[in-house]
Ligand binder design. Structure first.
Ligand code: DX5
Ligand code: ZN
Length: 228
């Protein structure tokens, strides 16, 4: 089944508790928390304190996407704050095997993430060590960007390798997911869709989530940029 992970980056932070409960009621499967440090990406968002607060107001698993340099310094703090899944970027980790092992030792699921400019090659050797791979379909840093179709080939390749190797791998896609693009990612083999603006800015979060989850039918390809 396709899982939907609303990104709280697009929520109204004046009312975070209500926003999270809104998407939980609307059928979300995970809560996606975008952590940005102003170094790895040109934006600053939330830290472990916010994860700790979010943990108190939802039963859904927290999918913490670390867009930070030196992730090894902060993995423990996010695990202790209540993260269920911790995702690190292949571009930021100095030792993926070590960082993944640390995440798992702390009792969390591990996710390895690649930027639009990174191929699947550097992460192939850790595929059997992670629970999830996150393929970015925008340059990380901001919401409301346009879906980049070069993510699709990477999702397809990863799904093929995972199937061949018999790996039980979740493949998540993040950035520019809406009712127009969701089916492209699903058809390519993604089973976890992150969406911020498409859910939090919708009149009905339940309808938006349903449309993303059930977006299986081919529609005309939207006008999107090609590879960087
Ligand atoms: C981008 C973040 C995404 C983003 C999603 O750096 O990782 O989670 O906020 O927002 P939308 O769905 O609006 O592209
Ligand atoms: Zn994200």
């Amino acid at each position: 089944m396709v899982k939907i992970a609303p990104s709280i980056l697009s929520s109204d932070f004046r009312n975070l508790e209500a926003e999270i409960q809104k998407v939980e009621k609307a059928g979300a499967d995970l809560i996606h928390v975008d952590v940005m440090d102003g170094h790895f990406v040109p934006n600053i968002t939330m830290g472990p304190l916010v994860v700790y607060a979010v943990r108190k107001v939802t039963k859904l698993p927290l999918d913490v996407h670390l867009m930070i340099e030196n992730p090894e310094k902060y993995i423990e703090a996010f695990a202790k704050a209540g993260a269920d899944i911790i995702g690190i970027h292949a571009e930021a980790s100095k030792n993926m095997t070590r960082d993944i092992a640390q995440i798992k030792k702390l009792g969390c699921k591990a996710c390895i993430t690649i930027n639009p400019g990174t191929s699947v090659k550097p992460i192939l050797r850790v595929l059997d060590k992670v629970d999830m791979v996150l393929v970015m379909s925008v340059h990380p840093g901001f919401e409301k960007q346009v879906f980049m179709t070069n993510a699709l080939g990477k999702i397809k390749a990863l799904r093929k390798i995972a199937t061949e190797k018999g790996l039980n791998l979740d493949i998540e896609v993040d950035g520019g997911i809406n009712s127009q693009t969701a089916h492209l990612a699903i058809q390519a083999g993604a089973n976890v869709l992150v969406a911020g603006s498409a859910i939090f800015y919708a009149k009905s979060a339940a309808k938006a989530i349903r449309e993303l989850r059930e977006s299986k039918h081919s529609r005309p390809l939207p006008k999107v940029p090609t590879s960087p």
